[in-house]
Every structure is written in structure tokens, then in C-alpha cells.
Design a protein around this ligand. Structure first.
Ligand code: SF4
Ligand code: SF4
Length: 138
């Protein structure tokens, strides 16, 4: 989780610096290459989802990921279907179904991350269970 946070912060900082220096071409090239890398990462996670569900976590008494019920839920009374959570989540947890954002890959969610709540959803539509005490450093 520490590494994911660091890469998100680095990504935001690079974009900010390029903006400050008015290096639009650099910014656009960076955003494009990051988008491609991200798309590849997400498709890998989605393609191997059945295997991801089977991963065991020593930090949680060797429970399988699919036995740890920690993942986002969307409150559709608040959600405006802006799709920012899809654009943000590096694990591809959210997808579109019939043009509605859904949590399609809950067990790909990084336990205790909550990045989509703090950095993507401006409508308070995403919730999680309480953070689990032990954290996993991936
Ligand atoms: S907390 Fe949100 S951003 Fe982080 S992995 Fe889970 S769904 Fe993705
Ligand atoms: S970011 Fe929030 S409001 Fe936008 S689609 Fe996702 S859950 Fe809905």
C-alpha cells in the first residue's frame, strides 16, 4: 500500500511540476504514457481476478482475499455516475455496466487503501468497512 501511495503522489507531483513550468508537451506525453501503463496494469488485474481471489494473506491468518470482506460499496442515492473512481483506481476495481459505475472486482481492492474516497469521489458515494488494523505492504 505504501508503494501505491508513493506512486500516486509522485504521479500528481510530476503533473504539477510540468504545469508550473508550462511544459504542456511533457505533461501530455507523461499523462499518455502513464495511461497506457495503467491500462495494462488494470487489464492484468482483471484477467487474473479468479487467481487474485485465491491469494492468501499471512497478515490475516492466511485467509484468502475473497474471504476478507473489505472493499468499496457505492451508495447509488449519492453517486452521480461521474466515473472518476474508474479513472482513479489503479487496480481496476470499478467498471461500467449498462453505463453505470459498479464495483465489479471487489477483491482486487487493496485492503485499507481508500484512495478513491479521498482522491476521486466528491459526492460521498463510496464507503468502506472500518480499516483493518494490520496493513499489507505490497
Ligand atoms: S480503495 Fe479505491 S482506489 Fe484503492 S484499490 Fe480499492 S477501489 Fe481502488
Ligand atoms: S466517483 Fe463517486 S460519484 Fe463518481 S461515479 Fe464513482 S462513486 Fe459515483
Amino acid at each position: 500500500m505504501k508503494k501505491i501511495k508513493q506512486s500516486m503522489i509522485l504521479n500528481m507531483e510530476i503533473k504539477k511540476i510540468a504545469e508550473k513550468l508550462d511544459l504542456n508537451e511533457l505533461k501530455e506525453a507523461y499523462v499518455e504514457s502513464y495511461k497506457n501503463l495503467r491500462a495494462y496494469h488494470i487489464s492484468t488485474y482483471q484477467n487474473f481476478y479468479e487467481a487474485i481471489k485465491e491469494i492468501q494473506y499471512p497478515e490475516y491468518d492466511n485467509l484468502k482475499r475473497e474471504d476478507i470482506n473489505w472493499y468499496p460499496q457505492i451508495d447509488y442515492k449519492k453517486c452521480i455516475n461521474c466515473k472518476e473512481c474508474i479513472n482513479f483506481c489503479p487496480k481496476g476495481v470499478y467498471t461500467l455496466k449498462n453505463d453505470t459505475v459498479i464495483v465489479e472486482y471487489p477483491y482486487s481492492c487493496v485492503i485499507n487503501c481508500t484512495g478513491c474516497v479521498s482522491h476521486a469521489c466528491n459526492f460521498g458515494a463510496i464507503s468502506f468497512p472500518k480499516k483493518i488494523k494490520k496493513t499489507i505492504d505490497i
